[in-house]
Design a protein around this ligand. Structure first.
Ligand SMILES: O=C(O)C[C@H](O)C(=O)O
Length: 498
């Protein structure tokens, strides 16, 4: 009988989490590089370049590639011939590993989990609990998959119970069209078909851990079961969504499909998108000690030089910004921001809007300011701030009209598209919505020279900070006329009728 020691299991899961936070899987890097090489849309090409350069910086500096270091999912397939040398349950062991990895002194990751989702949504402090799935299988080893899923892509998971004769492909295409860019493409789409409702979702998520082989599949030709993957890959990319929703040739580098038998009356379909921070690793424990994870070779990352010349971008002094200057920006303009920037995302927005409704003064004046929707990772060493990429701006749409109306805020920075109401409020107030590249968290952090918490310290990473930034690269997503690059870009690159 194989004996797996408690410490070997905990140490392996903790090491896996640290590993995947910093290193993209080699197959994803290869696919991203191929997408970069064939991309013709300049905005999308630049976004992929930023993701690749950021990925290299994460590997060299051993820091998280994305500030959203994710919700942990652990899949354990334990052989019946294995005995765990522990008196504790597996959930307890996995959660200890998560706390160890996320509170690591040298490379802290961002604790993001909140307890009581219907109540005060207080951060649990150590990113636990993990989502744990355990299967008892034949054999005498333990196979483990460790993944960390960002909130932006997790939020875009979808489920449908289709009529047995309905087309899965049609449902997937219609659904992907509604997802916007909050899931941070380019990435992957996982599809689970069959089983029960819960099983279909699990199949969709598990499918994302299979090796990326779309290139090989296209070369060798598909089996019948693989035809759906190719059809979806081609049709999703023909939608023109592109990297970060800016319009372009590659929205997905692969599409995975997993199936299971189902009820004669049912056709359950789960869809789970995977963002560009594609983090997962697989290892086996056979009783001989903890798993080891060898960093990929630096040669796996392409050498890409970012075009960061000031002539292509307008320099903006945030400390002397005027409404007229904001109104002069056009959707698609590149800006380099310098000066003082406020931060605030979901929780502070909710709190500020509630304070305004009660007639209370806000703890920070937003008049004439720009706010960055971000929750940074804790700094280490000489960092001013840890990785600090944008969060999905669309989630702040519900607060935007009120914020612009009552605070004198000039502009916002996030990622992904704004909805019709937010765009109308931006137009009415002569404001602007800017974007940074989601997943390029270390690159953005390099432009942040200092950071201090101004308010709502109890919200942890969601507290309102003031950043001092120097040449922070952003793009105008929605301008004061209400034009949006997330509408203009994909329309240009779309290859199928709308
Ligand atoms: O939580 C974050 O920092 C980002 C989130 O994953 C998002 O994509 O909106």
């Amino acid at each position: 009988m194989t004996v797996v020691r408690e410490e070997d299991f905990v140490a392996s899961v903790a090491a896996a989490l640290q590993f995947i936070a910093c290193y993209h899987p080699a197959d994803f890097l290869k696919s991203l590089k191929a997408a970069y090489d064939r991309e013709e849309s300049p905005a999308a090409k630049d976004a992929i370049a930023q993701i690749l350069v950021n990925s290299r910086m994460a590997a060299i500096g051993r820091r998280p590639m994305c500030q959203d270091t994710g919700m942990v999912a652990v899949f354990v397939k334990a052989g019946v011939g294995v005995r765990f040398e522990t008196t504790r349950g597996l959930q307890d062991l996995v959660d200890e590993a998560v706390a160890r990895a996320y509170l690591d002194d040298e490379n802290p990751l961002r604790p993001t989990m909140v307890s009581d989702p219907l109540g005060d949504r207080k951060n649990t402090g150590d990113n636990g609990p993990a989502m744990l799935h355990v299967d008892l299988v034949a054999g005498d080893a333990v196979e483990v998959i460790v993944a960390a899923k960002g909130g932006g892509s997790e939020n875009k998971a979808r489920f449908a119970q289709l009529n047995p004769s309905a087309s899965v492909a049609e449902w997937v295409i219609q659904t992907v069209e509604t997802l916007g860019a909050g899931w941070c493409p380019p990435g992957m789409i996982g599809i689970g078909v069959g089983g029960s409702s819960d099983h279909a979702m699990l199949l969709a998520k598990e499918s994302l851990f299979e090796p990326i082989d779309m290139g090989e599949l296209l070369r060798r030709g598909p089996s019948t079961a693989e035809e759906l993957r190719i059809e979806l890959y081609e049709r999703i990319n023909a939608l023109g969504i592109g990297a970060q929703g800016l319009g372009g040739l590659t929205t997905v580098v692969d599409v995975k499909v997993k199936t299971a038998p189902t009820h004669a009356a049912s056709k359950p379909v789960g869809l789970v998108p995977q963002c560009a921070a594609n983090r997962h690793v697989r290892f086996t424990l056979d009783g001989s000690g903890p798993a080891r994870f060898d960093p990929p070779s630096l040669a796996d990352w392409p050498e890409i030089a970012l075009q960061r010349t000031a002539d292509a971008a307008k320099k903006v002094d945030l400390d002397a910004l005027s409404r007229a200057e904001v109104a002069s920006w056009k959707a698609g303009d590149r800006l380099l921001l310098s000066g003082k920037l406020l931060t605030g995302r979901d929780a502070p927005h909710k709190r500020m809007v509630e304070m305004m409704a009660r007639g209370e003064p806000l703890p920070v004046s937003l008049k004439g300011r720009v706010i960055y929707y971000v929750g940074p990772v804790k700094a280490v060493g000489d960092e001013a701030v840890g990785p600090a990429g944008p969060t999905t701006a669309t989630r702040m749409d519900m607060f935007t009209a009120e914020m612009l109306e009552n605070t004198g805020l000039f502009a916002m920075i996030g990622k992904a598209e704004r909805g019709p109401q937010a765009i109308e409020a931006i137009r009415r107030h002569g404001a602007a919505s800017l974007i940074a590249v989601g997943g390029a968290a270390i690159l953005v952090a390099k432009a942040i020279k200092s950071s201090k918490v101004l308010a709502f310290a109890d919200l942890g990473m969601e507290a309102i900070h003031e950043f001092d930034v120097e040449d922070m690269p952003v793009t105008v997503a929605v301008d004061a006329q209400g034009s949006s690059i997330h509408q203009l870009g994909p329309a240009l690159w779309r290859k199928v009728p709308a």
